[in-house]
Ligand binder design. Structure first.
Ligand SMILES: CC(=O)N[C@H]1[C@@H](OP(=O)(O)OP(=O)(O)OC[C@H]2O[C@@H](n3ccc(=O)[nH]c3=O)[C@H](O)[C@@H]2O)O[C@H](CO)[C@@H](O)[C@@H]1O[C@H](C)C(=O)N[C@@H](C)C(=O)N[C@H](CCC(=O)O)C(=O)O
Ligand SMILES: Nc1ncnc2c1ncn2[C@@H]1O[C@H](COP(=O)(O)OP(=O)(O)OP(=O)(O)O)[C@@H](O)[C@H]1O
Ligand SMILES: N[C@H](CCC[C@H](N)C(=O)O)C(=O)O
Ligand SMILES: [Mg+2]
Length: 497
C-alpha cells in the first residue's frame, strides 16, 4: 500500500477537536484491536455495542485522537478525562465524518468513478461497466462482492468496503494507473455512510425487492438507504442512471431531478432514453434491439437471461454518463463476457443439457433467474438451491415459492448454514415448496439434479455463484458449484477413473 498523504493534522482532515486541541494523525482505525500509535480512533455506534466502550483499549494502543458522537463521548468521559492529551472530536454523524476523513487522509481516487445500487444486479452492472471501459482502452476496475477485478486485483470481505479500507484501496488503485472504477453500493454500505467520501461522476439503480430485512427496520428504511446514493452521495452535477422498469426507479428519478442531477432512464418504457425493444434468445446468448434517444441499435450478447441485457443497458448508461462516446459503448457490447457465477454455463451433458450457476439468493432473483432461463431452454428446468443461515429468515419460504412456481423440478439443499441447524433452514424453505425434493448435502443434490437432465433440459444451481466455500458453523469447507457441476457430469458419464 502507498504511504499516507502528508495531511496529517486534524485540521487538514477537516476535523475540529474540542478546545481546539491538535494532534498528528498517523492513521485511522475503527477497531481498537487494529489501532496503532498516533491513530485517530473512530468510536462508532454499533449494532451490538458502542465503539466508545473500546476507547480505553484504543488509547492503550497509542491512539492520538478519538472521533465519536455525543453518546460515545459520554460513555468514554472518564477515560478521556484521564487522558487530557488525547484530542476529542464529537459529531452527530461520526460514520459520515470518518468517510470524508478517510478520503482526505488517503488523498486520491481513480479520476472517473461510478457506483451502482439495487437489490440485484450490482455486481453484474459494475463488472459490465468495467469491461466496457476496458474495451474502450481505459485502465478500469470494478469493486464489489467478487473483489476488485480488471486492471487491479484484490480480494474483498465486503460488497462495499469500509471507508478506511476503501480509500486506502482507491488511492493505491490510482497510484497504479487505474483511471476508471465502478463500485457496488450495498444498502449496508449506504446506511453506514461507507462511500460518502467518494467523488462520483454517475450512479446507477437496478431494482428494489426483498432482502436484508434482518438489518433494516422496514422496507421503507431499506429503500431510504438505497435512495441515499442519489439524495446524498452523488453530487448535484452527477448523472443518475435509473432502471425505470421497477416503479421505485421513477421515485428515484424524481428525487435526482429535484437535486438538479441529469437523469438517464433505462428500461422498456417508450419514454426511456435507453430503451430495450426486443430480445431473441438462443442456447448460448441473445440478440438485443434497443433505442438510444430514439435511434435503433442492434447487438448480440454472449450472455444468458433477459435481465443481463437490462444490466448491460444500465452499464452502458453509466459509461455514457461518465463521459464515454455512446456509439463506441454500443459497439463494445458484443464483446462482453459472462460475469463469474451469474448465469454462467458451468458444464454441459453429452446429450446437450446445460448446467448453469447463478447467484440468485433472494425470492425475486430466483423467480427472475428461472424466468430468464426459460426462453433459452426447450425442455424442463431443474433447480437446486437453499437459503443461507444467519440471514433474513422471512425470505426462505418465499424463495421456495418462487422456485416451485417457476421450475419444473425443485431440489432444496444447504447454502452456508453458518450457525443455524441446516435441517431447520431447509424446513423453512420447504414451507414454500412442499412438493420439492430435499437433499441436504449440496454435492449430492447437484449430482441428483444433473442425473435428471434429458436432452433439451437445463439445471440451475442457484445461491452461491462465485463462492468457493460452504460455511458450516465456524468452518469454511471448500465448495464450488461450477466445479461440482463438472464433477457430477464426469461421474455420471464415466469420465472419472
Ligand atoms: C451489520 C453490519 O454491517 N455490521 C457492521 C458494523 O458492525 P457492528 O455495528 O455490528 O459493530 P459492533 O460489533 O456493534 O461494534 C461497534 C464498534 O466497536 C468496534 N470494536 C468492536 C470490538 C473491539 O474489540 N473493538 C472495537 O473497536 C467495532 O469495530 C465497531 O466499529 O460496523 C462495523 C465497522 O464499524 C462493520 O465491520 C460491520 O460489518 C460486518 C463485518 C458485516 O458483516 N457486514 C455485512 C452484513 C455487510 O456489510 N454486508 C454488505 C453486503 C450486503 C449485501 O448486499 O449482500 C456489504 O457491503 O458487504
Ligand atoms: N437486473 C436484475 N433483475 C433481477 N434479478 C437480477 C438482476 N441482475 C441479477 N439478478 C439476479 O441476482 C443475482 C445476483 O446478481 P449480482 O451479483 O449481479 O447482484 P448483486 O446486487 O451484486 O448481489 P449482492 O447483493 O449479493 O451483492 C444474479 O445471479 C441473478 O440471479
Ligand atoms: N451478500 C449476501 C450473499 C448471500 C449468498 C448466499 N450464498 C448466502 O450465504 O445466503 C449475504 O451475505 O446475505
Ligand atoms: Mg454484489
Amino acid at each position: 500500500m502507498i504511504e499516507p498523504a502528508p495531511m496529517t493534522s486534524l485540521a487538514a482532515l477537516g476535523l475540529t477537536a474540542q478546545g481546539g486541541r491538535e494532534a498528528r494523525i498517523t492513521g485511522l482505525s475503527v477497531d481498537s484491536r487494529k489501532t496503532r500509535p498516533g491513530h485517530l480512533f473512530a468510536a462508532l455506534p454499533g449494532a451490538r455495542v458502542h465503539g466508545a466502550e473500546f476507547v480505553q483499549y484504543a488509547l492503550r494502543m497509542g491512539a492520538a485522537a478519538v472521533l465519536t458522537d455525543p453518546q460515545g463521548a459520554a460513555l468514554a468521559r472518564d477515560v478521556l478525562d484521564e487522558n487530557p492529551d488525547v484530542a476529542l472530536v464529537v459529531t452527530e454523524d461520526p460514520r459520515a465524518a470518518l468517510a470524508f476523513t478517510a478520503a482526505l487522509f488517503h488523498g486520491r481516487q481513480p479520476q472517473v468513478m461510478v457506483a451502482v445500487t439495487g437489490t440485484n444486479g450490482k455486481t453484474s452492472v459494475a463488472t459490465f461497466t468495467r469491461q466496457i471501459w476496458q474495451l474502450l482502452g481505459h485502465e478500469a476496475a470494478n469493486i464489489g462482492t467478487t473483489g476488485v477485478e480488471g486492471a487491479y486485483s484484490a480480494p474483498s470481505s465486503h460488497t462495499t468496503p469500509e471507508p478506511i479500507t476503501l480509500h486506502e484501496l482507491l488511492a493505491d488503485m490510482a497510484a497504479h494507473g487505474v483511471t476508471h472504477a465502478a463500485m457496488e453500493a450495498s444498502s449496508h454500505g449506504l446506511a453506514q455512510r461507507r462511500l460518502d467520501g467518494v467523488t462520483l461522476a454517475a450512479a446507477g439503480f437496478t431494482n428494489f425487492t426483498q432482502d436484508h430485512l434482518d438489518y433494516h427496520e422496514s422496507f421503507e428504511a431499506y429503500f431510504e438507504a438505497k435512495a441515499g446514493l442519489f439524495t446524498r452521495v452523488l453530487p448535484a452535477d452527477g448523472v443518475a442512471v435509473i432502471n425505470t422498469d421497477d416503479l421505485k426507479g421513477w421515485t428515484l428519478a424524481k428525487a435526482a431531478d429535484e437535486r438538479g442531477q441529469e437523469v438517464i432512464t433505462v428500461g422498456h418504457d417508450e419514454s426511456c432514453d435507453l430503451r430495450i425493444t426486443n430480445h431473441r434468445y438462443g442456447a448460448t446468448g441473445q440478440e438485443l434491439r434497443f433505442h438510444w434517444k430514439g435511434r435503433p441499435q442492434l447487438t448480440r450478447l454472449n450472455l444468458i437471461g433477459g435481465f443481463q441485457a437490462e444490466n448491460v443497458m444500465l452499464a452502458a448508461g453509466l459509461a455514457i454518463a461518465s463521459g464515454s462516446d455512446p456509439q463506441a459503448v454500443f459497439d463494445s457490447l458484443e464483446h462482453l463476457a459472462t460475469v463469474r457465477g451469474r448465469m454462467q454455463i458451468a458444464a454441459t451433458r453429452a446429450n446437450g443439457a446445460a448446467i448453469f450457476v447463478d447467484y440468485a439468493h433472494t425470492p425475486d432473483a430466483i423467480a427472475t433467474a428461472l424466468k430468464a432461463l426459460r426462453p433459452h431452454v426447450m425442455g424442463r428446468i431443474v433447480i437446486v438451491f437453499g437459503a443461507g443461515g444467519d440471514r433474513d429468515t422471512t425470505k426462505r419460504p418465499l424463495m421456495g415459492k418462487a422456485a416451485a412456481q417457476n421450475a419444473d423440478v425443485v431440489i432444496v439443499t444447504d447454502d452456508n448454514p453458518r450457525s443455524e441447524d441446516p435441517a431447520a433452514i431447509r424446513a423453512q424453505v420447504l414451507a414454500g415448496c412442499p412438493d420439492a425434493n430435499e437433499v441436504g448435502d449440496r454435492a449430492e443434490a447437484i449430482l441428483r439434479g444433473v442425473d435428471m437432465l434429458e436432452a433439451g433440459d437445463a439445471l440451475l444451481i442457484a445461491g452461491k455463484g462465485h463462492e468457493t466455500g460452504q460455511v458450516i458453523g465456524e468452518d469454511v469447507l471448500p465448495f464450488d458449484d461450477a466445479e461440482q457441476a463438472s464433477v457430477a457430469v464426469a461421474a455420471l458419464e464415466g469420465r472419472l477413473a
